[in-house]
Design a protein around this ligand. Sequence first.
Ligand code: S3P
Length: 182
Amino acid sequence: MDPLSPLRARTITLVGLMGVGKTSVGKRLAVALDLPFRDADNEVETAAGRSIPDIFADLGEAAFREGERRVIARLLDEPPHVLATGGGAFMNAETRALIKSKSVSIWLRADVEVLARRVARKDNRPLLTGKDPVSVLRDLAEARYPIYAEADILVDSGDAPHHVTLDNVIKALAAYLEAPLP
Ligand code: S3P
């Protein structure tokens, strides 16, 4: 039997705060498991025909959240793939219930200081614009960690490079699914 097949049977959804590497690790995981990769933020941008900062600026956060909910519901009906979600997606009760029923969910976690350093590289996150990233991320961590904890699997990435986190994700996934390591 293909040793990867138990790991490829269901969609794998990555949740966690901004900057933790959901997209970077997700892309690598998709390659490693030979699964398609979907990025919910990108799909929302495509559906709206504009960037996330523009969606927030032109339509408001509520419209973004509604688009995010619809897009993720659609993606979860697709065949198995690796799905990177935006940091707020799992906070929506309906989205969370769908992620839990239709996929294996992985919470990627890292210290807020590490996240703040990583998000400083890009200027595409409206929740951080003009604010101190450490204090925003700290508040988000406080509000969201109890909810992220509902994910099936927790992987602490620390400050490790993405390929190390990828190995840890695959190990955790194999352990969770009681599958042999590929
Ligand atoms: C958000 C995270 C972002 C994006 C939007 C809102 C959040 O995605 O969806 O800016 O609420 O945490 P990333 O987690 O991919 O940065």
